[in-house]
Design a protein around this ligand. Structure first.
Ligand code: FAD
Length: 385
């Protein structure tokens, strides 16, 4: 058993850390969060560094990186900001769906646009009546002329309002078919006629932004259909393992940032004549945080490694997403507590970490959804999600 990342992976992590320190220093992160703007220059730097090329095979101009490489990059990006990293993850997730399920013509058209940053991508699944219960979706695309006409509403779409963003929209193309059947994936420009966006006022992740999207008689050409008509659920499932592995890695990076700050604060902050980190209560709290993060990261990297080997890792990935997201949210709460009132003040990034962390146990599958799935895989109930 070898737990060491390769030299290339160590170098990749170090170069991502350097890039983020240069492009996204703390004062800028604080400013972007306050102004609720996304820094396109950071995205450009990711493109220039080849991060968007990383998971795609060389025959399409990619770098042929593995799921484990992705997990390492996302962990490191999220150590600076889980908020910004969501924009990276969405683009990769949508691009990989096109790679897996698109036609050769679609791959030739879209993959260069993913890799050179011409387009950003957002995932558009959730609706007011369809959250954990994705199959309950109501937004629909019906055949119209040579393509489709789309009507309906989506909710909580991360990054949907970014410049040149293409929405990967999951829609019912046949409402006669029950539940997850009759669902298809269409790629729709966020500025197509009939598309309206509303940026929502959310607790965290304010740079990527969370959007409500309305579709009113939006005409979409047939060549924007990925995976064939009725192939939407298959497209969604084909990428879900990677999405959850990446989401777990992001929570590890976010939790690492929390721990780094809480530890250094505890070493510096003096009360009763000694650093608070020397009080056993605080030292034990930090020791538990370190232990929980190490466990979450180990499980995450093992799950990503299994995916890299082409092995089925549904249980490990689901467990990793569950443990890492709960660890991130828990550590952020403890991090605020260790810093006292400073933990709640914008003087330090801990309050932003806390806000950004809270959604980790909700987005990309709630903890209950994940426990249901793990229980199903253990033979305890029928797995639906
Ligand atoms: C920051 C953020 C970003 C997001 N980004 C996107 C995005 O880019 N694209 C997108 O499409 N969606 C996105 N979402 C939506 C996300 O996928 C949903 O919030 C999630 O699936 C849960 O749905 P819901 O919020 O409607 O909660 P609900 O499904 O209504 O659940 C409410 C509560 O009930 C529990 N619950 C539901 N069903 C069960 C059950 N069977 N057993 C036990 N408990 C249950 C849930 O666990 C939860 O605690 C995002 C959400 C957040 C917070």
């Amino acid at each position: 058993m070898d737990f060491d990342p390769t030299e290339e992976q160590q170098a990749m992590r170090a170069s991502v850390a350097k890039l983020m320190a240069r492009c996204a220093p703390q004062d800028k992160l604080r400013q972007w969060d306050a102004q609720r703007v996304f820094p396109y220059e950071v995205y450009d730097a990711w493109v220039e560094a080849g991060l968007l090329q990383l998971p795609f095979p060389s025959e399409y101009g990619g770098l042929g990186g593995s799921a484990l490489d992705m997990a390492i990059v996302v962990d490191e990006l999220s150590r600076t900001s889980t908020d910004l990293c969501m924009v990276y993850s969405s683009a990769v997730f949508c691009g990989l769906n096109i790679l897996r399920k698109g036609s050769e013509a679609q791959k030739a058209y879209w993959l260069p646009r993913v890799m050179d940053g011409r387009n950003k991508f957002a995932i558009s699944i959730s609706e007011p009546g369809a959250g954990s219960d994705v199959g309950a979706m109501d937004a629909a695309a019906i055949r119209h002329g040579a393509g489709y006409r789309v009507n309906g509403q989506k909710l909580w779409n991360t990054g949907a309002g970014l410049k040149d963003c293409v929405l990967s929209v999951y829609l019912k193309t046949d409402k006669r078919l029950p539940y997850r059947n009759g669902m298809s994936l269409l790629l729709i420009d966020n500025d197509a006629p009939g598309v309206k966006l509303r940026k929502l006022d959310m607790l965290g992740r304010r740079c990527a932004g969370t959007y409500e999207v309305f579709f009113a008689d939006v005409d979409v050409p047939a060549d924007r259909l990925v995976g064939g008509e009725g192939g939407g659920w298959d497209c969604l499932m084909s990428g879900l393992q990677l999405e959850r592995a990446v989401s777990a890695a992001s929570s590890c990076g976010g939790a690492q940032a929390v721990l780094d700050l809480a530890r250094s604060y505890a070493q510096e902050r003096v009360q009763f004549g000694q650093p608070i980190g020397t009080f056993q209560a605080i030292a034990h709290s930090l020791a538990s945080m370190q232990t929980e993060l190490d466990a979450a990261r180990l499980l995450t990297m093992k799950a990503a490694w299994l995916v890299s080997k082409g092995r089925d890792a549904l249980r490990e990935i689901t467990e990793a997403k569950l443990l890492a997201s709960e660890t991130y949210a828990k550590l952020a709460n403890q991090g605020v507590h260790i810093m006292g009132a400073f933990g709640l003040s914008a003087e330090y990034p801990m309050e932003r970490y806390f806000r950004d962390a809270r959604s980790a146990t909700i987005a990309a599958g709630t903890s209950e959804t994940l426990r249901n799935l793990i229980a199903g895989l253990m033979g305890l109930k029928k797995a639906k999600t």
